[in-house]
Design a protein around this ligand. Structure first.
Ligand code: GLU
Length: 493
């Protein structure tokens, strides 16, 4: 294979959404796999809709995802001269022509063709103007657009798509499309090709929504005497109603920053995204960075559209459950030191970080994170569900309050009694705590689960969690005793 050079060319008109991130990821994986280069190009030609804020947001999201690039960011507007030169060259070589038809003329022709149920494509009026006619119109300053001269032969444009196989379109179905507007500005379709030629792009991996451009772009490559790159059109991602996912109809849930703000691990999101349109033959779900690079291939990109399984309004699943589960998997299996660094940021934000966690309490900090992460799905869970391990101002889950505490009114007295017994222990280990708690339950003639789950409610605020004996030990005698003694207040509220 020749040198692999791919590109990610976002238009900076909003945030990076998960569809764009998936495109970037596929290109990144392909470049990494083949020792190639990924070029980042900001397609800011649409000056009215492009913003600096969007550029910064896109770069930020790419960096967060870990999708680094080898060249760029280049800015399309910096190459405006190249685009104009290319258009002029197409005119000189007879592949394009100036079209002086006015909007009114074109509208009238279109309407007539529609009424007669005839072809509404441009009829080629200016295709064969003589040099004298052109000079005459130019001397009168009549505005013109530049149109590509689609071959009039019976042939077809053809390219071999890496995902979809042979794609062809008859010349007769392709209008003489505009490549330069009457204000002298080249159209995106042309700029995109000129930039890809200059950047020596070997493979274009992009969404199927761009396919309507591709056949026309193949004509442009040929007319500019450039080698046509290899195309791979990725399937689209649809919602459960089979509509394309979009910022407009789905809001922030499609934004990469949404996942960042909801405590996602970047690699977990990449793993989720890669599988929206690609899979291995054994449908493997979890990959390390290196494994995914090795496993990825254009040939295994699906032809069919993928589904983003998200039901609006389901509070349990604030996004596709597969994404949440995937995040949970990486959260539980990642080296705990890495989790420690990520959670540190969360804790600082929440005001519950203690510098000792970086020094003499580091071991305790990491051990605690490791113990509680088993039930967690996002980084946010550490400071919410796990708050009681690190701070005294935590809330008690109303379900825990109802089911594990108030349902057993005796606990109002029992838990402070248990506190006294714990306090008397010289060595407050999990084994000792277990012995004392079980003995206590036996004396009171109840199942051990009753004082234990009651303790869990007041000590961790949760209805479920890791083994309570381990929790006693990790939270420590002083705080366990204080919280158990505080139990009666929850019966008075
Ligand atoms: N700027 C285009 C977009 O954001 C990219 C088109 C392409 O990949 O060729 O959709």
């Amino acid at each position: 294979m020749k040198e692999v050079r791919v590109r990610f060319p976002p238009s900076p008109t909003g945030y990076l959404h998960i569809g764009g991130a998936r495109t970037a990821l596929y290109n990144w994986l392909f470049a990494k796999k083949h020792g190639g280069k990924l070029v980042l190009r900001i397609e800011d030609t649409d000056a009215e809709r492009s913003t600096q804020e969007s550029i910064e947001g896109i770069l930020d999201s790419l960096k967060w995802l870990g999708l680094d690039w080898d060249e760029g960011p280049y800015f399309q507007t910096d190459f405006a001269e190249d685009h104009i030169k290319a258009a002029n060259r197409l005119i000189e070589t007879g592949h394009a022509y100036k079209c002086f038809c006015t909007k009114e003329e074109l509208d009238a022709k279109r309407e007539a063709a529609l009424a007669a149920k005839k072809d509404i494509k441009y009829d080629g009026t200016c295709r064969n103007l003589t040099p004298e006619q052109i000079a005459e119109k130019e001397s009168q300053n009549i505005p013109y657009v530049v149109r590509f001269k689609t071959p009039k032969k019976d042939g077809v444009v053809i390219y071999d798509d890496k995902v979809l196989g042979k794609i062809s379109r008859a010349y007769k179905d392709i209008e003489d499309f505009v490549i330069v507007r009457s204000n002298g500005k080249p159209l995106y379709l042309l700029c995109n090709v000129v930039d890809d030629i200059r950047d020596r792009i070997s493979h274009i991996i992009r969404g199927q929504d761009h396919m309507s451009n591709t056949t026309r772009q193949v004509l442009l490559y040929q007319a500019l005497g450039a080698e046509v790159p290899i195309f791979a059109h990725m399937p689209l991602t649809l919602d459960l109603k089979k509509a394309k996912i979009s910022k407009r109809s789905h809001g922030e849930i499609v934004a990469v920053h949404f996942y960042r703000n909801h405590g996602f691990l970047p690699w977990a999101l990449c793993n989720f995204l890669v599988q929206l349109g690609w899979s291995t033959s054994d449908n493997r779900e979890f990959f390390s960075n290196e494994e995914l690079i090795q496993a990825f291939s254009l040939e295994r990109i699906n032809k069919a559209n993928s589904i983003f399984n998200y039901r609006k309004g389901d509070p349990k699943f604030f996004t596709d459950p597969k994404a949440i589960n995937m995040n949970g998997h990486y959260l539980r299996t990642m080296p705990i030191e890495e989790i420690g660094e990520l959670v540190k940021k969360e804790f600082i934000e929440e005001g519950i970080w203690d510098d000792a966690y970086d020094h003499d309490r580091k071991e305790w900090y990491l051990k605690t994170l490791d113990m509680i992460r088993d039930r967690f799905f996002t980084l946010k869970d550490f400071a919410s569900q796990g708050r009681a391990f690190f701070a005294d101002d935590f809330d008690i889950d109303p379900k825990a309050l109802k089911k594990n505490l108030r349902k057993h009114p005796d606990l109002k007295e029992w838990l402070p009694q248990l506190a006294d017994r714990f306090e008397a222990l010289a060595d407050f280990t999990k084994d000792e705590a277990e012995r004392v708690a079980r003995e206590f339950a036996e004396e009171m003639n109840v199942k051990p689960g009753i004082p234990i789950n009651g303790s869990r409610a007041v000590i961790t605020g949760q209805i479920k969690g890791p083994s309570m004996f381990e929790v006693f030990e990790i939270i420590g005698k002083e705080r366990v005793v204080a919280r158990l003694r505080d139990a009666p207040k929850y019966f008075n509220e």
